[in-house]
Design a protein around this ligand. Sequence first.
Ligand code: KG4
Ligand code: ZN
Length: 341
Amino acid sequence: MTASKITLGIETSCDETGVALFCSERGLIANALHSQVDLHAAYGGVVPEIASRDHIRMLLPLIQQVMSEAGVERPDAIAYTARPGLIGALMVGGGMANGLGLAWGCPVIPVHHMEGHLLAPMLEETPPDFPFLALLVSGGHTLLIAVRALGWYEVLGTTLDDAAGEAFDKTAKLLGLAYPGGPLLAKLAEEGDDAAFDFPRPMLNRPTLDFSFSGLKTAVMLAVRKAEADGQLDDVRADIAASFQRAAVDTLVAKTIRAAETAGLDRLVVAGGVGANRLLRDEMAARFPGEVFYPRFEFCTDNGAMIAVAGAMRLAEAGDVAEIKAVARWSLESLGVPAAA
Ligand code: KG4
Ligand code: ZN
């Protein structure tokens, strides 16, 4: 029998400091998250320098917190988000992971942030088996990926302009909602009529699996301007939110179904911040022909648990522990399949 291994996961790619401990036998044994949303709200978006400084402030106390909660003196490995993300923020997590790795004499595993998102459902009681299709919808990415095995990722579609979460955030801003607007827009949409505005379903009629959200954003902007000019914005704000959300979700669901047919995959993982969207979940459940897997709500958005489990899986398969750099852009397709897969 192989001894159980504990992996410390560290996430600092953007504006959440996430730390967790994942045990190969017991699963997730501790998790802590510090959100910087309040710090950035006044600026209407994430300020990279403020993000780095707050990660420095919070990271070590959070690591101490999860270790004492779980009664762990030193983990067997440390996984951290190495890329992509805000370069200064990534360097805080990378510096901490490598420093602790040296001190504790344990392997340090660089994790691709989006691999963390796509493996987040592995934290749940019934995780998906490989292969599966993944729809990754976050603030920075919209990706349809054929996940053949751990590390074997084929990008089938991506966005040509805004990411899905970015489209939610920008639309929310147009409607006067605070940052990050995605969840607030979804809430406002509950009070609106989603058929009130006939917004475009971008690129739906084209065979490509790529997305484009800028046309939809422009259509919303024109509707907002017209309503403002007519002095009716307050009357139609919720209708615009609901119609936008319906158009965005319709597009995501239709392209996902098409990608599953193209790739011959009948299991689906939906992850990333927009994966927390209720309408997206309901529509996917109603329309996707196969089984759909999600991380629990708190693990759709950025967190340390998904990095810990991704690192633990890589460690179990191949001990992929060599690299220590932080890099802002990184292709998922370049990761490589572990030798044992
Ligand atoms: O994965 P994530 O936490 O960070 C990135 O890696 O980008 O995703 C954040 C994004 C934001 O754009 C946020 O507005 C969006 O996810 N989001 C939502 C919802 N919750 C978070 N968008 C729509 N509906 C939601 N319920
Ligand atoms: Zn993310």
